[in-house]
Design a protein around this ligand. Structure first.
Ligand SMILES: Nc1ncnc2c1ncn2[C@@H]1O[C@H](COP(=O)(O)OP(=O)(O)O)[C@@H](O)[C@H]1O
Ligand SMILES: [Mg+2]
Length: 331
C-alpha cells in the first residue's frame, strides 16, 4: 500500500483563546445555543454540533474545550472532508514506520495527540463507514492501533463532532452509522443560521470592521444606514463566514471612512427575493397574487390559455382576476 502525500501531522497544539465571552452574541436564540454549550462543556460528554456551514461550529468547539477541565491539554482538530479516505485512518490513529512505502518514520495520529484533551472531528458526515467503525471503537473502548502497527494504544479524549448536513440526510441515506451517531449524540447542539438571528448582524459587522482596521491599517468607522438595511435583509447562505468576507472586501475597497451599500457588492440571490418582502411593498396575499399573475401573463406574452394552465386556474377565473386586480398588458 502506498500513501500519497500525507498531510503533516504537527505536534498537538493548544486551542487559541476562543471563549464563550469572545463570541459575538446578541440574540436570544444564539444565547440559548451558547448557554447549552457552556453547560455541556463542564460535563465531559461527547458533543455533536449541527448547523450550516459558517455558523460558528469550529469556534464553539474551541470555546467548549476552553471551558472544560481539559483546557490545559491539547485541542486537536481533524477536518474529515478534507482528507482522502485512504489517509484518514493514518491521520486519526497514526502510522508505523514502513506502514506505507513512503512512511519513513512513525507518525502519531490525532487521537494520540489529543490525549487528555479534546478531539474535534469536523464534517464527520463526510467520513466513510469504514473510518466510522474505527472511530467508534477508539471512542467506545479508547483503543486503537496505528496503521501498520500491532500494539494497542489508549487515548483519553473528549470528542466534539460537527456536521453541516441535516440530521435526516445524515442518517436517512445510511451514510452515517447509527451506532456511532447514538454514541456521538450524548449531547446535540444546533447552531442556528445567521438569518435566524439577524440581531447579531450589526455587532458582527462592527467586530469585523475592527478586525480589518487592525489587520489592514484601514480606518473604517462603520456602515451607513442603507448598507445596514441591505446587510440585514441578505439571506446569508454562507452565514457568519460569508458576512466576514463581505465586510473584509468592503473595508479594503471602500473609498472613505464609511462602508456604503454599493461597497458591499451583495448580489441579490433567488433566496433573498423569495424570502424578503421589499420595504413598502404590498405584502397582502392579494397583492402577491396580483404580482404573480402579472408575471406569468408577461412571461407568456399575455397568452391567457397558457397562463391559466400554468397557474392551474380556469380561463374565466383568470379573466375575473385580471379585471379584479386591474392588470393591463404592457403597451
Ligand atoms: N459568534 C461569532 N462571533 C464572531 N465571529 C464569528 C462568530 N461565529 C462565526 N464567526 C466567524 O465566522 C467564521 C466561521 O466560523 P466557523 O466556526 O469556522 O463556522 P463553521 O465551523 O460552522 O463553518 C469564523 O472565522 C469567525 O470569524
Ligand atoms: Mg467548520
Amino acid at each position: 500500500m502506498s500513501a500519497p502525500e500525507q498531510p503533516t501531522i504537527t505536534s498537538a497544539y493548544r486551542s487559541v483563546g476562543v471563549t464563550f465571552q469572545s463570541l459575538v452574541c446578541n440574540s436570544d436564540v444564539f444565547r440559548k445555543t451558547l448557554s447549552l454549550a457552556a453547560s455541556a462543556a463542564t460535563k465531559d460528554v461527547a458533543i455533536l454540533l449541527l448547523g450550516e456551514t459558517g455558523t460558528g461550529k469550529n469556534l464553539i468547539a474551541q470555546a467548549i474545550h476552553n471551558a472544560s477541565r481539559r483546557r490545559e491539554k491539547p485541542f486537536v482538530s481533524v477536518n474529515c472532508s478534507a482528507i482522502p479516505d485512504t489517509l484518514l485512518e493514518a491521520e486519526l490513529f497514526g502510522s508505523e514506520k514502513g506502514a506505507y512505502t513512503s512512511a519513513d518514520k512513525l507518525r502519531k495520529g490525532k487521537f494520540e495527540l489529543a490525549h487528555g484533551g479534546t478531539l474535534f472531528l469536523d464534517e464527520i458526515g463526510d467520513m466513510s463507514p469504514v473510518a466510522q467503525a474505527k472511530v467508534l471503537r477508539a471512542f467506545e473502548y479508547k483503543q486503537f492501533e496505528r496503521v501498520g502497527g500491532e500494539e494497542t494504544l489508549h487515548a483519553d479524549v473528549r470528542i466534539i463532532a460537527a456536521t453541516n448536513r441535516p440530521l435526516e440526510q445524515l442518517l436517512g441515506g445510511g451514510r452515517f452509522r447509527e451506532d456511532l451517531f447514538y454514541r456521538m449524540n450524548e449531547f446535540t447542539i444546533e447552531v442556528p443560521p445567521l438569518r435566524a438571528r439577524r440581531e447579531e448582524i450589526e455587532p458582527l459587522v462592527q467586530a469585523f470592521i475592527r478586525e480589518c482596521n487592525e489587520r489592514f491599517g484601514t480606518r473604517i468607522r462603520g456602515v451607513d444606514a442603507p448598507a445596514l438595511i441591505r446587510l440585514k435583509a441578505h439571506p446569508w447562505p454562507g452565514n457568519v463566514r460569508e458576512l466576514r468576507a463581505v465586510i473584509k472586501r468592503a473595508c479594503v475597497s471602500a473609498g472613505g471612512e464609511t462602508i456604503r451599500a454599493e461597497d458591499l457588492r451583495l448580489s441579490p440571490t433567488p433566496t433573498s427575493s423569495d424570502e424578503i418582502v421589499p420595504v413598502g411593498s404590498d405584502a397582502t396575499l392579494a397583492g402577491v397574487e396580483a404580482r404573480h399573475i402579472e408575471k406569468v401573463l408577461n412571461q407568456t406574452g399575455w397568452n391567457k390559455k397558457e397562463t391559466s394552465n400554468l397557474l392551474g386556474i380556469s380561463r374565466p377565473t383568470l379573466d375575473r382576476k385580471i379585471s379584479e386586480y386591474n392588470l393591463r398588458k404592457p403597451s
